[in-house]
Design a protein around this ligand. Structure first.
Ligand code: AMP
Ligand code: MG
Length: 339
């Protein structure tokens, strides 16, 4: 178990919260974790660069941002008298960026005021970063292969180059990479729901898997697996409905084993203008808020697939950390006043 000495007990529920910045930033544990994170980002960039990806610097504010954030609140910014938002996810910008290049990547900061109950999941921050990827013309299957490639490459890089650091953190390298010889499994959402309900966990079949359910599935798993085919209504308007299975979206999450849970969400995107308008209305979004984006899609944006990979979450998994805040230099745990 990683040393979190200096960390503060978080009250009655026994949660451990980040220590003050001086203690956190000068702790050997934090330095080791941040060096591993640096190697994760560097290895992912190299891998994507070799495949022809162009890294763009992501927008931070905009008139709209991702509405599909599971109960988290968006943060308003006064932009010369207009109400803008801090990015909860740059998803519409990723799709728009394909007008310039076919394969794009951002390392993007996101701010989400997550519901207070997420402060005890050990995997939520109010500010985090995504490795955001979008590929023109790609199918969901192709983008899942890419996700598997990026995660596999990054884990291999850390295991082969940072053995001493992993040992210092007490991370069992065998457990970390025992699944590397086989492809990631694929489990449809309906099957995961059945499994949870049969095991006594009340999971709503029409919604995203809840935090507790995600943890149960992750603890049971013997390797990373893709959770596919979310039901319509559980995700935002940009996720494409499967033409062969009405009511099912061409989405996926990547769940890591060991209780670490989800590190990626992605899927195939809806690019057809009239369908986007319908989907916005179906998901309770007002199309008039999306002026610039709908104007673009009326002129035509490429069909695409993409995903967002949570960098603090992946660091937590690779380094074997108890808390996701250990993977942030300046952690913001939901509800906790922090620098
Ligand atoms: P989402 O589109 O909401 O699934 O977010 C994409 C990815 O970002 C997730 O798969 C996580 O890896 C990461 N992520 C989402 N929300 C948070 C959060 N509150 N704290 C840390 N990482 C997050
Ligand atoms: Mg998700």
């Amino acid at each position: 178990m990683v040393d979190v000495s200096g960390a503060m007990p978080g009250g009655a529920d026994g949660r451990v919260l980040p220590p003050q910045p001086w203690e956190h930033l000068t702790s050997e544990t934090t330095r080791t974790v941040l060096r591993i994170q640096h190697h994760i980002v560097r290895s992912a960039r190299r891998y994507l660069d070799d495949q022809g990806f162009v890294e763009l610097l992501p927008p931070v504010i905009g008139p709209v941002t991702d509405p599909g954030i599971r109960g988290a609140k968006q943060v308003d910014v006064d932009y010369y008298g207009h109400r803008y938002k801090l990015m909860t996810s740059a998803f519409v910008y990723k799709q728009a960026s394909l007008l310039a290049f076919d394969k794009i990547v951002y390392v993007a900061p996101n701010v989400r005021l997550e519901p207070l109950e997420t402060c005890s999941t050990n995997r939520h921050l109010a500010e985090f970063h995504q490795l955001d990827i979008e590929v023109a013309g790609a199918t969901r299957e192709q983008i899942m292969e890419l996700a598997e490639g990026v995660v596999g490459h990054v884990v291999d890089a850390v295991v082969s180059d940072m053995g001493d650091e992993l040992a210092a953190l007490g991370r069992d390298v065998t457990a970390l990479s025992s699944w590397r010889s086989r492809p990631f499994a694929r489990v449809p959402h309906a099957e995961a729901v059945r499994d949870l309900v049969e095991g006594g966990h009340m999971q709503d079949g029409g919604a995203e898997i809840d935090w507790a359910g995600e943890e149960i599935l992750s603890i049971k798993a013997d390797g990373p697996f893709f959770l596919t085919d979310y039901p319509k209504g559980s995700r935002c308007f940009l996720e494409k409905e499967d033409p062969d299975q009405p009511g099912v979206l061409r989405t996926f999450d990547l769940i890591m084993p060991g209780g670490y849970g989800e590190v990626i969400s992605g899927g195939e995107r809806e690019a057809h203008y009239p369908t986007l308008i319908t989907r916005m209305r179906e998901t309770g979004e007002n199309p008039s808020k999306y002026g610039w984006y709908l104007q673009l899609s009326r002129h035509g944006v490429p069909s695409s697939s993409g995903f967002g990979l949570g960098l603090q979450r992946l660091t937590r998994f690779v380094a074997g950390l108890e808390y996701v805040w250990q993977a942030a230099a300046f952690p913001k745990v939901p509800g906790v006043v922090s620098p």
